[in-house]
Every structure is written in structure tokens, then in C-alpha cells.
Design a binder for this molecule. Structure first.
Ligand code: SF4
Length: 334
């Protein structure tokens, strides 16, 4: 890797499976199956797909935040820092702990787990800063917290509140603000807008955009909501059954979706002025513990061919840095 790499995070043949004990029999759930990503500096990178397709497991694996029964089975997660590339799984626990929040930050689903429910937000800031920046006085820490809240356009009164006194949307914005506090190079956000109404969602999306623009860092955003991806991400991957099935610039994916599953995801979005129901993909995603043969989408696909049931299609480039895994594409069929 050259010293001016445009990438901040790459994965090579990444596999992370849940290994479960089912009445004495080992059961394997392929949550992340042979995933190769090249995520750039200074971009918002989206990971999309229905619930249960492996998005959150992939995010946890990238953040090296996996606990049994989820296990890293194979592959590498390579971060780039100070001209060097390193595999996060080759670091000791202590080295990984030091990276967290300062270099890579993670906003979990629901965000409540970031907070201690019995202390005020200003004390959460204090604990957070004390554990990462030593030698600051109480006043200096409070000043950093005030300045940070002000810069991000959040009301100052949140500092004097307990987490349960904040609305869901405000709590989510404070969680995002905390994740950005130490100016990490990469921020992971897992379904940050779920369960929020549309107006509040807009505030959360704008905050993520402002943070990315201000820090010129990389945000990796997981959500099933294609409307949010259209609004905020620069590039997008679509996951299905633990695999990447399409990747391109977000504009390219929305203007020229190729994989039948991606087309369903886009077609199911509501259109302005359209009161009819939109077509979503027929059926449900398969169980990751019992995947169909060949292309895992074949039981739901109206274009299924014989080969689709027999062989798994590989990702192939379709021009415009647009990658697709489908036998319908000429390279797939050829
Ligand atoms: Fe459909 Fe076959 Fe393409 Fe899978 S590989 S999406 S089954 S056409």
C-alpha cells in the first residue's frame, strides 16, 4: 500500500460466522461471507439491505467488536493510519482499546448504551474526556463540551440533562456528537435514524453530514432505509444473505441499478405524489443458517435461470466502478 492511499479501510475475503450449538450439533450462520470492501478517506459509505442480511454483523466485524457466538473465521480488516496499513485483528486488546473513539468510533443501534442512565450528559462528557485526554481540569473539560455542543448546533441545556430527559432524536444527536468528539478518522453509525419520525431523521442526517464535512473523515452508515442512503451516502453497497451483491456510487446505483434485488429495494421507495403501494421483493430473506444453493436470491427472483440455482455469481465490474454479482450480467453468464 503506497503512502498516499485513498483508502482508510479495506477488507480481504472477510468471513464472520455465528457458530451455534444446536442440541449438541454445531450450526453455522454465515453472517459475513467473503466480503471485500475498499472504503475511501473522506466519504460517507452506505451499507444497505433488509433486516437479517448481515449488515450489523459486518459493522461489528469491521470495528473488531465481536463476541461469541460471532467469530472471525477468515480474512483481514485493514485500516490505514500514518502511512501504514494494519490488520485490526493483529493488535492486542489494549492496542485496539486505544484506537476506539480516537481513531474509530461506533454509534450502536438505539444509542442508549453509549450513556450511563444515572449521570448527566456533562458528566458523560467528563468521563469520556478524562479517559482519553489526561491532565485537563474540570473547567477545561466543561469548556470543551460546551464548545463541541455549540459547534454542532445542539442546545446547551442538553449538558445539564439526564439521558432519559432527552427525546429519542436529541439523544441520538448527542450520541453522534460524542462519537465525533475526538475527531476519529472513521465513524460507524448503525441504523441511526430508526424509530425516529421523518423531521427528526432530517436533523440526524444533517448532523452526520456536517460532522463528515467538518472532519473530512469517513462515515460508514448502516441502514435498511434506501431513502436515507439516497440522501447522505457517496457510495453504497447492497448486502444480501451475508454477501455484497452490488456496489457503486450512490447516484449510479439509484440511476442504474442492475441486480434484481437492488431494483426491488429502490422500487419499494415511496414516490412524491404516489399514493399506490410500491412493489417490494416477494417473499422473505432466507435464513442465514440455511441458505439456498447458488445465488441466495434465486427463490425470490423473477429472472432466475438454471445456473442461478447451481452456482454462486461472483462480483464483476460493469463499468463506472459498478460491481454486481448476478448471472444476468454478461460476465456472469459468460
Ligand atoms: Fe436472479 Fe439469477 Fe441474478 Fe440471482 S443470479 S439475482 S437468481 S438472475
Amino acid at each position: 500500500m503506497d503512502s498516499n492511499s485513498k483508502y482508510i479501510l479495506r477488507t480481504k475475503d472477510l468471513k464472520a460466522y455465528y457458530v451455534l450449538d444446536d442440541l449438541g450439533k454445531k450450526k453455522t450462520v454465515k453472517a459475513v461471507d467473503n466480503v471485500n470492501l475498499n472504503i475511501r478517506k473522506n466519504e460517507i459509505y452506505g451499507i444497505a439491505g433488509e433486516s437479517g442480511c448481515g449488515k450489523t454483523s459486518l459493522m461489528k466485524t469491521l470495528y473488531a467488536f465481536i463476541k461469541p457466538p460471532l467469530r472471525l473465521m477468515d480474512g483481514q480488516v485493514l485500516y490505514y493510519r500514518d502511512g501504514e496499513e494494519f490488520d485490526i485483528y493483529s493488535l492486542s486488546k489494549e492496542e485496539r482499546r486505544k484506537l476506539r473513539w480516537e481513531y474509530i468510533a461506533y454509534i450502536p443501534q438505539g444509542a442508549m448504551s453509549i450513556f450511563n442512565p444515572v449521570i448527566k450528559i456533562e458528566d458523560t462528557y467528563r468521563d469520556f474526556l478524562n479517559s482519553h485526554l489526561s491532565g485537563k481540569t474540570k473547567d477545561e473539560i466543561f469548556e470543551i463540551a460546551r464548545e463541541h455542543i455549540k459547534q454542532l448546533g445542539l442546545p446547551m441545556k442538553v449538558l445539564n440533562s439526564y439521558p432519559h430527559q432527552l427525546s429519542g432524536g436529541m439523544r441520538q444527536r448527542v450520541a453522534i456528537a460524542l462519537a465525533a468528539l475526538l475527531k476519529p478518522a472513521v465513524i460507524f453509525a448503525d441504523e441511526p435514524t430508526t424509530a425516529l419520525d421523518v423531521v427528526v431523521q432530517r436533523g440526524v442526517v444533517q448532523l452526520l453530514k456536517d460532522i463528515q464535512k467538518g472532519l473530512e473523515n469517513t462515515i460508514i452508515l448502516v441502514t435498511h432505509d434506501m431513502g436515507i442512503h439516497a440522501n447522505i451516502t457517496d457510495r453504497l453497497v447492497i448486502m444480501y444473505a451475508g454477501k455484497i451483491i452490488e456496489e457503486a456510487e450512490t447516484v449510479e446505483i439509484f440511476e442504474n441499478p442492475i441486480h434484481p434485488y437492488t431494483k426491488y429495494l429502490i422500487n419499494s421507495l415511496p414516490r412524491f405524489g404516489d399514493r399506490g403501494t410500491r412493489a417490494s421483493a416477494p417473499g422473505n430473506p432466507p435464513s442465514l443458517a440455511n441458505l439456498p444453493s447458488g445465488c441466495a436470491f434465486h427463490p425470490r427472483c423473477p429472472f432466475k435461470m438454471d445456473i442461478c440455482e447451481e452456482k454462486i455469481p461472483e462480483l464483476s465490474e460493469q463499468g463506472n466502478e459498478h460491481m454486481v454479482a448476478c448471472w444476468l450480467t454478461s460476465e456472469g453468464v459468460g
